[in-house]
Design a protein around this ligand. Structure first.
Ligand code: NAP
Length: 259
């Protein structure tokens, strides 16, 4: 039986939809108090209304994680409303498709700015509050793309997601004396609004390439994050959990759907 995390103060970036919203829902369902972070005011309002309906203490703050002042505002809002931060889920991310031959400075700045700089800035801003918690937890949403696999069209994205893990390994050491653990969840293909934007053909191909023959759910990523946030995971730091239905495993075409 896991120790309850009821009442813990949890910040989830990129929680106005998709995986972040799933993480927020799982933590709220476990009785945590959740601060939802994103840029879209309407989506943030809808997420708070939906998660609060179930009786959870959920609120939102509008912020762009690529901006230092916004990340500082996230931490200040958490201090004001939640009295601190026990868990930071640094999840905000984008995955626009672009082959390297066509990649512009703007493409690079956008993907690295949100996925890598945004991850670094949000963790950095929350360090004092996480240290005060005495059992601070940071959970990054990386990806199988980059750290484990390659995917044409996503070299910048893969670099940003692998970069998050390089960041994590050193920061886990730097923050260990403050009792903070830093780990990452590596999702495979999870059905989100962002993934749906890639089209039906993409979803069909990915489903066929997954040994469990389905895409993941956002809650399945949330449950992995919840485990890493638990007291029972307190001796795990600088590590990764792949949640992908076995997508990175196949060595033989027999493992995947021939179509
Ligand atoms: P999504 O449906 O597009 O949702 C992305 C979320 O990130 C939204 O809530 C968006 O909110 C927020 N966001 C984007 N840029 C932001 C910024 N600059 N500042 C603050 N919030 C920002 O994407 P998703 O599929 O849930 O992906 C979430 C994370 O999981 C990403 O890090 C992604 O790389 C990772 N991932 C996803 C999959 C997958 O299959 N879906 C697989 C592996 C990894 P606003 O629009 O309100 O700003």
């Amino acid at each position: 039986m896991f120790t309850s995390i009821a009442g813990r103060a949890v910040v989830v970036t990129g929680a106005t939809r998709g995986i972040g919203k799933g993480i927020a829902r799982v933590f709220a369902g476990a009785g945590a108090r959740v601060l939802v972070v994103g840029r879209d005011a309407e989506a943030a309002k809808a997420t708070v209304a939906e998660l609060s309906d179930a009786g959870a203490e959920v609120s939102s703050v509008l912020a762009d994680v690529a901006r230092r002042e916004d990340c500082q505002r996230i931490a200040a809002t958490a201090a004001e409303r939640l009295g601190g931060i026990d868990v930071l889920c640094a999840n905000a991310g984008i995955f626009p498709e672009r082959r390297l031959v066509d990649m512009t400075d703007e493409d690079l700045a956008q993907v690295f700015g949100t996925n890598l700089t945004g991850c670094v800035l949000s963790v950095q801003a929350c360090i004092p509050a996480l240290a005060r918690s005495g059992r601070g937890r940071v959970i990054l949403t990386s990806s199988i793309t980059g750290p484990i696999t390659g995917f044409p069209g996503w070299s910048h994205y893969g670099a940003s997601k692998a970069g998050q893990l390089g960041f994590m390994r050193t920061v886990a050491i730097e923050l260990a004396p403050s009792g903070i653990t830093v780990n990452a969840v590596l999702p495979g293909n999870v059905l989100t609004e962002g993934l749906a934007d890639l089209g039906e053909d993409y979803i069909r191909q990915m489903t066929a390439a997954i040994p469990l023959r389905r895409l993941g759910t956002v809650e399945e990523i949330g449950h992995a994050a919840l485990f890493l946030a638990s007291d029972e995971a307190g001796f795990i730091t600088g590590q990764t959990i792949v949640v992908d239905g076995g997508q990175v495993l196949p060595e033989s075409p027999d493992a995947v759907d021939p179509g």
